[in-house]
Design a binder for this molecule. Structure first.
Ligand code: DCP
Ligand code: MG
Length: 383
């Protein structure tokens, strides 16, 4: 049996707001909201103290980027209209958004983690995945060390979830926020994950959740116990299977690190030079097989790509390439074949050919591409 993996998800606590508190420590413990513009810049007064804007001073159509936990206690959360937030917490401090600073702290915390675990999957400004499987250190000690390294480099706290896969790691990092370290095994799923709302699962968006609740399914546990036929009827076979798998805490996705390849390709040199017209069938068969193999490579490496290209070498050794960029990333053999066929129509084919190659580049993790596609269909996995 393959030993279980150790995947960590690390997410910074109230990230933008916490960065702001580093420069305005006098705001610690107060409800603070980030989402203002330059007119909400604090003003240094003659007595050395600062005058801050309050939410009640806000007029406009902006939204809250994030809020401190004290503001959350008053009902103010990310993505809420700032005017609405002002109605709930008029006395909360409002600060302008300063992306440059958040990006700087983002780089700092990721660099600190990279000193301990070099392979990081970057999931945006304040979250990363790490594969700790091969790290010699004991799980809790390693988790604590990562948190301390982030704190030492930035002055900020984060929350970490460590579990056998990304799905559970992401849910776990949220279980004991802020400043949490939560370790969850597959055996813990019924006790710790099943009581949670199904919308805690990364990939069950508001639409899918609404559909689930209309079927009487609210928690992950209810989803795990749901009749597979009922799910199939409402979500289709693939999504129903996915829902069943994630509800039981299963997820095979790999951590995709920065050192991953720029492109994946397959090429073949023919036993004898082939002519585009006279050897049309043979060539077409080889071409399709290359695309199928490439699709298998991509699935194995868990990538999809937006750019599909071909390489041709003529009998006289001249080489040409062509590529085409698709509206969304793919790893699908038929789609790669179609795009590569399009490229082939754009090269001269009078001469005999020695070699044919197909390449997919502009890679993104496959699960991202799948989410994108399902999102387009307005179903599961939005975002
Ligand atoms: N963010 C944003 N708009 C949103 C959600 C988030 O601008 N709708 C920004 C502000 C957050 C940062 O991204 O600080 C990270 O998002 P998180 O969802 O991780 O939220 P926080 O880090 O603020 O809080 P938590 O402690 O819950 O992780
Ligand atoms: Mg966060």
């Amino acid at each position: 049996m393959v030993p279980p993996r150790r995947i960590a998800h690390l997410d910074m606590d109230a990230f933008f707001a916490s960065v702001e508190l580093l420069r305005y420590p006098e705001l610690r413990g107060l409800p603070v909201v980030v989402g203002g513009g330059s007119r909400h810049q604090p003003v240094l007064q003659p007595d050395g103290t600062r005058r801050f804007s309050k939410l009640r001073d806000y007029a406009g159509r902006g939204v809250v980027t994030t809020s401190t936990y004290e503001a959350r206690a008053l009902g103010v959360f990310s993505a809420m209209g700032t005017m609405k937030a002002a109605a709930l917490a008029p006395e909360a401090i409002l600060l302008p958004t300063d992306f440059e600073s958040y990006k700087r702290y983002s780089r700092l915390f990721k660099a600190a983690v990279a000193e301990i675990v070099p392979d990081i999957e970057d999931r945006g400004i304040d979250e990363i995945y790490l594969d700790l499987t091969d790290h010699p250190e004991e799980t809790r000690a390693l988790g604590m060390r990562l948190k301390e390294a982030v704190k030492a480099a930035t002055g900020l706290t984060c929350s970490i979830g460590i579990a056998p896969n990304k799905l559970l790691a992401k849910i776990s990092s949220d279980l004991d926020k802020p400043d949490g370290l939560t370790i969850v095994s597959l055996e813990d799923v019924p006790a710790r994950i099943w009581p949670l709302s199904a919308k805690k699962i990364n990939g069950i968006g508001p639409k899918a959740y609404a559909k689930l609740t209309s079927l009487g399914i609210e928690t992950v546990g209810q989803l795990a116990q749901a009749d597979p036929k009922l799910l199939q009827e409402h979500f289709g076979l693939n999504s129903a299977e996915w829902l069943h798998r994630v509800a039981h805490g299963h997820d095979e996705r790999e951590v995709v690190t920065r050192s991953d390849p720029k492109g994946v390709s397959r090429e073949t040199t023919f036993e004898r030079d082939l002519h585009a017209k006279h050897d049309r069938d043979t060539l077409s068969e080889i071409f399709t097989r290359l695309c199928t193999r490439l699709s298998e490579d991509l699935h194995r490496k868990r990538y999809a790509g937006r750019t599909v290209g071909i390489k041709l070498r003529y009998a006289d050794f001249r080489t040409v390439t062509r590529d085409v960029t698709l509206p969304s990333p793919t790893a699908d053999a038929a789609m790669i074949r179609r795009a590569a066929g399009e490229c082939l129509r754009r090269v001269p084919l009078e001469q005999r050919l020695r070699l044919l190659g197909v390449r997919v580049s502009a890679l993104v993790p496959l699960d991202e591409a799948e989410r994108y596609r399902a999102g387009e269909q307005g179903e599961l996995f939005p975002g």
